[in-house]
Design a protein around this ligand. Structure first.
Ligand code: UGA
Length: 441
């Protein structure tokens, strides 16, 4: 089956490569000639474990191709996926649909054979209707249907998520479009991946509701963590204890410095905009967004307080002290810095007159532009040299088994603020550190 993927960013590329791996004939299309040239040369525009190999083997197998030319790319396709960005519109948080609409307009001019147009981009409820209208107005001679098929891929684990999904959601009332979509996903269907057919609007909302719920779960456990610190409980035990209830589930209950990334912050805001537009308030999500925003800065203050307490000095006396910030990306196994808590944490420290030396295995190139006042080190140990605190902001594997003896020797002041609870109090106690995790004493 021929599939065209319009937009070769994160979602388009991963989805396109996985569809090709199922045996479909896939063309990934993008307007950016440099990106397409790089992809043709086997160079990935993003860091995602396993992606380069997957793309390489499918290109060699003749199932995956890249082009900037949309008319030839979509020719003869049974399905055209729209996988372009829907960033937050500057000023109001609405999802910016201009790229989605532009693709619909361009596609409409070149449809010659029956085709299902599938929105994979995260789009507000009703976008499918708009796409349908745009295409219908252009009046293609051929038959078409518009379906919604949201993605649930986590960065860093996207290929596994695509190939072993918890569910596949397909939103369309058109029986023919359902058939085409079922055929596309048949390889997963055979693997017993649950497939849910819904209306297009329900499908569009499932995506936002899922992300908002996950963001709520994280924010909930983060507030429980704050309470744990005050009352002398351990958030990891509490999370474990509540997670054992199947109705709650143990996943996404890791307390930390607040969620970041390209999805939760953007999608929660867009959902709130939809709620506002339809005059159907979502106060829980409103609170989640606010709590998460405040939390990032509070994490910077937590570091300052930990240092001040250890040194027995007021926070104002810490000017000129140095913090080693380990981990900059919003989570491990990605080079994505979008809305990473590290950005706010570093800024809070700098605002308080401290200096910051940072290290991240993949994110430093992007981070350099976002945090010009931060010194980038070549390794975790280089960042630690002469620092007055070690702060773990992202739980990269490389930080899970640091040589604590060496860390102790490198730090000028033995303070560890572990914002991801990578270490345990017992583990670090014998090395003489002042240790501060999240939601633990
Ligand atoms: C998220 C969803 O998990 C995917 O299902 C969805 O497809 C994707 O958004 C999207 O909409 O495209 P992603 O943003 O890649 O995926 O990352 P997550 O693994 O969900 O993590 C998001 C943030 O939450 C990170 O900052 C992470 O550190 C934080 N987090 C996650 C926690 O603080 N605690 C947790 O228990 C889990």
């Amino acid at each position: 089956m021929k599939i065209a993927m319009v937009g070769s960013g994160y979602v388009g590329l991963v989805s396109g490569a996985c569809f090709a791996d199922f045996g479909h004939d896939v063309v990934c299309i993008d307007k950016d000639p440099a990106k397409i040239a790089a992809l043709r040369a086997g160079v990935m525009p993003i860091y995602e474990p396993g992606l380069a190999d997957l793309v390489g083997s499918n290109v060699r197998g003749g199932r995956l191709d890249f082009t900037t030319d949309l008319p030839s790319g979509i020719e003869g396709a049974a399905a055209i996926f729209i996988a372009v960005g829907t960033p937050s519109r500057r000023g109001d948080g609405h999802a910016d649909l201009s790229y989605v609409h532009a693709v619909a307009r361009e596609v409409a001019q070149h449809i010659k054979t029956p085709v299902v147009i599938v929105t994979k981009s995260t789009v507000p409820v009703g976008t499918g209707d708009a796409v349908e209208q745009i295409i219908a107005e252009a009046g293609p001679a051929a038959r078409f249907a518009v379906a919604s098929n949201p993605e649930f891929l986590r960065e860093g684990a996207a290929i596994g998520d695509f190939k072993r999904p918890d569910r596949i959601v397909i939103g369309t009332d058109d029986p023919w479009a359902r058939e085409v979509m079922a055929e596309i996903y048949r390889p997963l269907f055979l693997n017993k991946a649950p497939i849910l057919f819904t209306s297009r609007r329900s499908s569009e909302l499932i995506k936002y509701a899922a992300n908002a719920f996950l963001a709520t779960k994280i924010t909930f456990i983060n507030e429980i963590a704050d309470l744990c610190e005050v009352v002398g409980a351990d958030v990891q035990d509490v999370a474990h204890g509540i997670g054992m209830d199947n109705r709650i589930g143990g996943k996404f209950l890791h307390a930390g410095p607040g969620y970041g990334g390209s999805c939760f912050p953007k999608d929660t805001l867009a959902l709130l905009k939809t709620a506002e537009d339809y005059d159907s308030p979502m106060r829980i999500v409103e609170a989640v967004v606010k709590v998460n925003d405040t939390r990032k800065r509070a994490m910077g203050r937590k570091v300052i307080e930990a240092m001040a307490r250890h040194l027995g000095q007021p926070a104002s006396a810490l000017r000129g002290r140095r913090v080693a910030l380990l981990g900059l990306t919003f989570k491990p196994n990605t080079d994505d810095m979008r809305d990473a808590p590290s950005i706010t944490i570093a800024q809070t420290l700098i605002d308080a007159g401290l200096t910051v030396a940072a290290y991240d295995p993949e994110g430093m190139e992007t981070a350099r532009a976002l945090m010009p006042e931060v010194t980038m080190a070549k390794s975790a140990y280089e960042a630690l040299e002469g620092a007055d605190a070690m702060v773990i902001a992202t739980e990269w594997d490389a930080f899970r088994a640091l040589d604590l003896e060496r860390v102790r020797g490198l730090l000028r002041t033995p303070v560890i603020v572990d914002l991801r609870n990578v270490y345990s109090t017992q583990q670090v106690a014998s090395f003489g550190f002042s240790y501060h995790g999240i939601g633990r004493n």
